[in-house]
Design a protein around this ligand. Structure first.
Ligand code: SAM
Length: 361
């Protein structure tokens, strides 16, 4: 094994920094780290306890890819760096779990139950999160799932909470967290399956609705539904025009699983559903890329993903292919599309949203 890599604390997220200064308290032989940010915290944990067995699980693809590359560079095994909608623990249970606070309440509850099912009775559970992401109110959720909660440390606008895994075994079944709801787009009816944390849980997003209502001409060929969420756009297109190949990508594993369930619920054939961080895993050229792209992730507004998406879209469009997106009216994407894709026009707009179409030169 290579010499331990020095961890630059300043490059760690606030939550990881808080954990780092409590590293010697996080003792165990088998660690489960869930929903970690894209930084070197898991590597620091490994360096602190090199003999411990460690599994790092994420719902999000970007931190997963990041950690794989960090471990790969340090010549460390990457088999236990997992990405998925659910982590099914092996029979031999973990004695420490570290959960980075997920974004939504339902996902916090689901993750706590999933973690509880992976732990031996009395195992340590650490929950870390930022104040403005709701860590204080999550203390109650932690207590409901595990038992008495202790606040261990507070710094960098974050809180570190600790509890113990329950004595009784906990079962975790993803199906119990899955919901379905009907949506109507013009004459078309679809059943949408969703899971905690997946975009627009429970109803059709108004922007997505406008985007789908403006699709009157059948597109032909290979279509990419980018940032598919629960699969609404791709499922709608496949149902209306089954001859097209509709590929669907998202960076979130719960979204991909919801998309798979939406396709099954509507008896639609699945051409391709796969993870991709922007275009990291997308190959070939499409006749159309269609999206309600993410313009914020987490608590703060963040345009990096959508900017990256618009800058690279042309590399994945066939000549004459189109990029069609919906955006809040206040987001000015037209110059970016003109610069990186080609001629751009506003196809439709209402009080809140605009539909842009860029044609690849
Ligand atoms: C506004 S939602 C749209 C969901 C769905 N298409 C709809 O219209 O209901 C944006 C989606 O982009 C996904 N996303 C965020 N960052 C991404 C990235 N870096 N690469 C791919 N997808 C991403 C999110 O997980 C989310 O599902």
């Amino acid at each position: 094994m290579d010499a331990p890599t020095l961890i630059n604390v300043k490059t760690l997220h606030n939550t990881s920094q808080l954990l780092l200064r409590n590293l010697n308290r996080l003792k165990g032989e088998r660690f489960l780290v869930v929903n970690y940010p894209p930084d070197n915290f898991v590597l620091a944990l490994h360096q602190q306890w090199p003999a411990a067995r460690m599994t790092a699980f994420n719902y999000d693809y970007a931190p997963h890819l990041y950690l794989q590359s960090v471990f790969g560079h340090a010549n460390l095994p990457i088999d236990n760096i997992r990405f998925g909608a659910v982590y099914n623990a092996p029979a031999e249970r973990y004695d420490v779990a570290i959960l980075f606070l997920p974004k939504s309440r339902a996902l916090i509850q689901m993750s706590l139950q999933m973690v509880a099912a992976a732990l031996r009775p009395g195992a340590q559970v650490w929950l870390v999160g930022e104040n403005n992401a709701g860590i204080r109110s999550s203390s109650t959720l932690l207590e409901q799932q595990m038992g008495a909660v202790r606040t261990v440390d507070a710094a960098r606008h974050c809180l570190l909470l600790q509890a113990m895994a329950p004595d009784q075994p906990v079962a975790f079944v993803l199906d119990e967290w899955s919901t379905t709801y009907p949506i109507q787009i013009g004459q078309q009816t679809l059943t949408v399956a969703s899971l905690p944390g997946v975009f627009s849980n429970g109803q059709l997003d108004e922007g997505t609705q406008l985007l789908l209502e403006t699709l009157d001409e059948p597109p032909t060929g290979r279509i990419l539904d980018f940032g598919c969420g629960a699969g609404v756009i791709g499922a709608s297109m496949k149902q209306k025009w089954p001859a097209n190949i509709v590929e669907m990508v998202d960076a979130n594993a719960l979204a991909l699983e919801a998309t798979r369930r939406t396709m099954v619920a509507n008896h639609l054939p699945i051409d391709l559903i796969k993870p991709s961080n922007v275009f990291s895993d997308v190959q070939g050229a499409y006749t159309q890329i269609i999206s309600n792209p993410p313009f914020h992730t987490g608590v703060k507004t963040d345009y990096r993903v959508v900017t990256d998406f618009l800058q690279k879209a042309a590399q994945h469009l066939a000549p004459g292919g189109s990029l069609r997106i919906v955006a809040n009216s206040f987001l000015k994407y037209q110059p970016l599309i003109e610069a990186h894709v080609g001629n751009c026009r506003v196809v439709a707009e209402n009080r809140s949203y605009r539909i842009y179409e860029g044609i690849h030169k």
